[in-house]
Design a protein around this ligand. Structure first.
Ligand code: SF4
Ligand code: SF4
Length: 344
């Protein structure tokens, strides 16, 4: 295990920046969001979670596939490749790191999504344990343990106050660690003892969280019975179909493909979509889900029933709690689990 003093962070960012694009939680005008680090930027590792998850770095909100133009009757097309620069995504919370592996199950299975694959391969993920989980967090309900290394991260890190402890988890993580050898020190036995204490304190805090007892396994059972549960009607009644919950969610991955026609030139691009929108999967013959109840049910059945059925029981939720914080009408996955998984 390695460590680095926070007083050397400026040097750390510059060294990473020499070899990679560096993305981290950047503080600007009182707001913290993942962004490209440039000299002078303030990296904020205190905030537990950013408003939007960092999934946009491997699955961008909008991404051009190809460009086309016409000259007379001649049409020419240029296929745009995905991301080409190698990058480091620093300070990803363990729940968000796990969410990348859930997206992998979708995009890296045959047929492989080459755009996603390229971004995934070129990124090195440095995760940071949550010293202070928030009251909307319930990652432990999905088996995520923020105090120890989780899958999805190439390096696991812990904030020890004056220093960061640093543990490579993968070959890519080891490669970055080797490149930073000049500024990383070997952690002492005292550091390791401090880490043990920190991990115990995190575990205690997680157990005390208000949503710690949320149990998604309550959604097990007869598929038809879950689908036909009467409570969908009541739960979906106040949903506005605004899609905020899907846009902030690290595991939502629906997208649309559109052509932008600029006359003699244009682009084909994909962009995030939401199963909560009334025009989602709208086809020439109409929409297969005509009511908000059907759309609402689809979102939660997918995360809690269909995805697990197709992915060895893994739920498509990591308990980050962003949807709880962002929904304008206070509707969220916890309420669905408790209601549908409870009395139905
Ligand atoms: S459904 Fe909500 S709690 Fe679950 S991963 Fe998405 S935003 Fe986070
Ligand atoms: S954020 Fe709330 S109101 Fe908006 S689509 Fe999601 S559940 Fe519905």
């Amino acid at each position: 295990m390695k460590k680095i003093a926070k007083s050397n962070f400026g040097q750390l960012w510059r060294l990473i920046d020499q070899n990679y694009e560096l993305f981290a939680p950047i503080e600007k005008e009182g707001k913290v969001d993942f962004g490209l680090w440039q000299d002078g930027e303030q990296v904020n590792l205190e905030l537990t979670k950013t408003k939007v998850s960092p999934k946009g770095f491997i699955f961008p909100q909008s991404e051009t596939y190809l460009k086309f133009k016409t000259q007379g009757k001649k049409l020419s097309m240029e296929v745009v490749s995905g991301k080409t620069d190698e990058y480091v995504l620093f300070g990803v919370r363990p729940c968000d790191a796990v969410s990348f592996t859930l997206l992998d199950n979708v995009f890296l299975k045959e047929p492989v999504d080459k755009f996603y694959q390229e971004r995934r391969n070129k990124g090195i993920i440095v995760s940071l344990a949550c010293n202070n989980p928030e009251e909307t967090c319930f990652c432990s309900s999905f088996g995520i343990e923020t105090h120890v290394p989780q899958k999805g991260a190439d390096i696991a890190a812990w904030d020890m106050g004056e220093t960061i402890l640093w543990q490579p988890q993968t070959e890519k993580g080891q490669m970055l660690t080797d490149k930073l050898a000049d500024i990383l020190e070997i952690a002492t036995e005292q550091d390791q003892a401090g880490l043990k204490k920190l991990q115990e304190s995190i575990q205690d805090k997680v157990k005390e969280l208000p949503l710690a007892s949320v149990d998604p396994k309550k959604m097990a059972g007869d598929l038809k019975e879950l689908f036909d549960a009467e409570s969908w009607e009541e739960l979906s009644k106040r949903c506005l179909g605004c899609g905020s919950c899907t846009y902030v969610c690290p595991t939502c991955h629906c997208y649309d493909i559109q052509d932008f026609d600029g006359g003699k030139c244009g682009e084909r691009f994909r962009c995030w979509d939401s199963c909560m929108f009334s025009d989602f999967t709208l086809m020439a013959h109409g929409n297969p889900r005509t009511t908000q109840k059907e759309r609402f049910r689809q979102r939660f059945m997918h995360k809690l029933v269909y995805y697990p059925n197709n992915n060895e029981g893994a739920f498509a939720c990591v308990g980050c709690g962003r949807c709880i914080e962002r929904c304008p009408v206070n509707m969220d996955i916890v309420k669905v689990i408790n209601r549908i998984g409870g009395k139905r």
